[in-house]
Design a protein around this ligand. Structure first.
Ligand code: PGA
Length: 247
């Protein structure tokens, strides 16, 4: 089963998020676990209510490093669990590049997800300059190593998910070529094999301008376990996209 993670970013208000969740629940029935909806923190509780008893899973777009304490404005993994989240996106390029999230913070967030039994979706990817200068693999390897090397886990029951999202492909309408995606996914799997205990399952998703036109061709690749969809997932037409995919 291929996976779809919908990252609604800060595109929708609470009422709009609930309305879209209702449209999805009504018009696109999905198998349990195949599609995860990640609304903004403020909409999580209401969207959880709508998606309960449907096949959709709930995810968050970020997680606090700590579980409790004096951390104004943060949202902990404990709270995410309580709201019904099963998945959390960590290290998205918008957080790395625009909010200066560091490798060290991202690693701590991976550990927070693991502590709270949330499936982490670790985002990695190179900028356009890094790809042009032949450094894409080096950058992605560094991001994987700093987040996953010597994690204190032996038998983690949930998969660790890596989303390969080239920065230049996010929200630009310029998707990466299938060949580049397959090559990078194969590389990511090799690096993860070295970094993680063999009992830990790894899934690799592609993200960056995925839409109705290109989604089938990415998912047709065996190296691609699924997709992370931003802009195209925050519109009512997402129901049609899922319908096309799953029926
Ligand atoms: P996009 O975003 O689909 O709008 O390019 C993907 C993402 O940022 O996860």
């Amino acid at each position: 089963m291929k996976l779809v993670v919908a990252n609604w970013k800060m595109y929708l208000g609470v009422r709009e998020s609930v309305a879209l969740a209702k449209t999805l629940a009504k018009n696109a029935k999905v198998p349990r676990g195949a599609v995860t909806i990640c609304p903004s923190f403020s909409a999580l509780g209401s969207v959880a209510g709508v998606l309960k008893k449907t096949g959709y899973s709930l995810g968050a777009q970020d997680i606090a490093v700590e579980d409790r304490g004096a951390y104004t404005g943060e949202v902990s993994g404990k709270d995410l669990r309580e709201l019904g989240c099963e998945v959390v996106i960590i290290g998205h390029s918008e957080r790395r590049h625009e909010l200066n999230e560091t490798d060290a913070e991202i690693r701590k967030k991976i550990m927070a997800a693991i502590r709270n039994r949330l499936k982490p979706v670790l985002c990695v990817g190179e900028t356009e300059e890094e790809r042009k200068s032949g450094k894409a693999e080096m950058v992605v390897r560094h991001q994987l190593e700093s987040a996953l090397k010597r994690l204190p886990i032996t038998h983690y029951p949930l998969p660790i998910t890596v989303a390969y999202e080239p920065v230049w492909a996010i929200g630009t309408g310029r998707d990466a070529s299938k060949e580049d995606v397959v090559e990078m996914h194969t590389f990511i799997r090799t690096v993860c094999k070295r970094l993680l205990p063999s009992s830990v399952r790894v899934q690799v998703l592609y993200g960056g301008s995925v839409d109705r036109k290109n989604i089938d061709s990415f998912l047709a690749e065996s190296a691609v376990d699924g997709v992370l969809v931003g802009g195209a997932s925050a519109r009512a037409s997402f129901a049609g996209l899922l319908h096309q995919l799953l029926h």
